[in-house]
Structure formats: C-alpha cells, structure tokens
Ligand binder design. Structure first.
Ligand code: ASP
Length: 309
C-alpha cells in the first residue's frame, strides 16, 4: 500500500459552458488550486484525511464563489438554509447538519457532531442549540447572502421551479456546491460535502448532502465519495454508497465506479449531477451527467490539476 496522499475537491456540477469563455474560469481555477495547495501542505505533514477534508471544505465555504457557507443559494423565502456532512473511512463515523442557519462553517459543526459521537445528524434549531453548546458563534444573514444570490432567486422565481446553482443563471452567477475527498499518508479515507442546496427550494427541504450514503460516503475498504447535483435523485439512488458498492462488490477502481454510479443515476432516475471519488489505492476520479463539474485534484502526491468541464 502506497504511503502517498491524494486529495480532490469540487465546486459543484451544472451547465458551465459559458464559464469557459469568461474571466471567471480563471477565478475558479485560482481558488481551486490555492485550496488544494493548502490541503497538500497538511497531508504532507501527516494530518488525517478527516482533518484535511474538513479544512478544505471550510475554505470552500468561506469563498463566496461557491454555494456553501458564505454565498449559499437562497430558498423560496429568500433565506439561506445549509446542509453539510463528513465521514471517516477508518470506522464509518459520520457527522451531519441540515437546515442550518447562521453558522459560518457548517462542515465544522458536522465535525463536532461526529466527534461528540452520540448522533449522526442534527437539524434546524437542534443543530443551532448544539452549536451553542460547542461555543460556535452564529453570524447575521448578511454574512451569507450576496447580491448575486438575490438576483439569482428572482430570476428563478419568474419561471418557477427549482434549479441547481449552475443552471439557468447568467454565466457570472454560475457558482456551486462543494466537496472534498482525501486519502492520507496512513492510507485512511474521508469525505465531506457542504451546500446551500437548490435555488428556490421549499423551506425545510433537506437534500442529499447531509445524508450518509447519498451525498457523502467514505470507507477505507472501498473509496471516499462527495456528490453534487439534484439531491432528490441522489437520495432515491443512495448514490454515494452505490459507488462504494461498485468498488466493494464488483472490484472496480475509482474511475470505473464513479462512471458506473453516474450510469446508474441516469438509467434509474435520469439524474443530473456528478461525483468525485478517491479509492483505497489513492486514485482520483470524477464522473458527471451534467456538462460541467468544477474540480481539482492531487493524485498520489503529484501535480495539482484543475478542470471545469
Ligand atoms: N446536492 C445539492 C442538493 O440537492 C445541490 C448541489 O449539489 O448543487 O441540495
């Protein structure tokens, strides 16, 4: 077994064609590359995969470019309600929060849920109460809500329905949900996913992101997965665990399993989205049914890569 590390992060899936012709392509590349390099430093010094996926996810949450933490999309009432989860491949411990308001880094609260150990998923006011217990401060609405998100909601509400962050919005507003997967130098895997959910979602709606096996999964024996796309479709197909099952029961590597997961998603529910995967050997892979998936990776301590399509 290699003692090298691997790291992969994503910034959401959707229709990103226009992004390629814009200055914003460079902005995403810069952000993804910088966060990967910061994650690399920690993996190099021997930090755990769990610490590094939390760290990278929190940096992505702090960047208003993405639909998580600061810059999250708005629900039908114009409010931010966030979901996040992370999982440790060593022992399948997991922590998650749903319908969360006012917490700067939902992924770090999910980590506290994991560490506390009593429960896996806390929601709404209960999650806030737990944050207070952990002495985590709340932030005012205007920390999270950006002008671009207010405009995006207004545009979606004209036509009705719900959209992925990257869909049917002006190119300059194509921004996305986030995730991170890692394999540390000790061979342990971990995964994290964090989101503001779908634009114009009903309040109280919970997507796939905080549900273990749907939007996030990690098992040292198989792989670590973070998903992005229409959560309802990922919930119905138990998407992330399905990818892990392809590794476990069909002996697939990361790339074959990621692609098989997407094929299954499309065949069963005509699903729209993508996933990033690192397997136990440290191979990095991604697959998507949308035209775009913002992602970057470092495979087995090698070069930093970034891809938007
Ligand atoms: N999966 C997220 C949700 O449905 C959205 C996304 O990935 O952009 O809440």
């Amino acid at each position: 077994m290699s003692n090298s590390y691997s790291l992969m992060i994503h910034g959401g899936a959707g229709a990103l064609e226009d992004l390629k012709h814009e200055a914003s392509e460079a902005v995403f590349q810069e952000s993804i590359t910088a966060i990967l390099e910061r994650g690399r430093q920690r993996l190099e010094r021997g930090d755990s995969a769990l610490d590094v996926v939390e760290y990278c996810a929190s940096l992505l949450e702090d960047d208003r470019l993405y639909n998580a933490g600061k810059g999250s999309v708005l629900n039908a009432d114009g409010k931010v309600e966030m979901d996040a989860a992370l999982m440790d491949g060593r022992d399948l411990r997991a922590g998650a929060v749903a319908g969360l308001k006012g917490i700067k880094n939902p992924i770090s609260l999910a980590r506290r849920v994991l560490e506390h150990g009593e429960h896996v998923l806390l929601m709404g006011d209960g999650a806030l109460e737990f944050a207070k217990f952990c002495q985590i401060d709340t932030y005012p609405d205007d920390y999270f809500i950006t002008e671009a998100r207010i405009k995006q909601l207004a545009e979606v509400q004209v036509t009705g329905g719900m959209t992925l962050d990257h869909e049917r919005v002006k190119p300059s507003q194509k921004l996305g949900t986030i995730g991170a997967v890692a394999r540390d130098i000790h061979g342990n895997l971990a995964a994290a996913t964090s989101t503001g959910g779908l634009v114009n979602k009903r309040w109280g709606r919970v997507g796939d992101t905080p549900i273990v096996g749907a939007g996030v999964f990690a098992d040292n024996d198989t792989c670590a997965v973070s998903a992005t796309g229409y959560g309802e479709q990922f919930l119905r197909t138990v998407f992330a665990k399905t990818i892990s099952d392809f590794v476990q029961f069909r002996g697939m590597d990361a790339q074959a399993a990621a692609q098989a997961g997407i094929d299954y998603l499309v065949a069963k529910v005509n699903g729209e989205g993508g996933a990033i995967v690192i397997d136990a050997a440290g191979r990095c892979a991604a697959a998507q049914s949308t035209s775009g998936l913002i992602r970057g990776w470092i495979e087995l301590g090698g070069e930093t890569h970034c891809k938007l399509g």
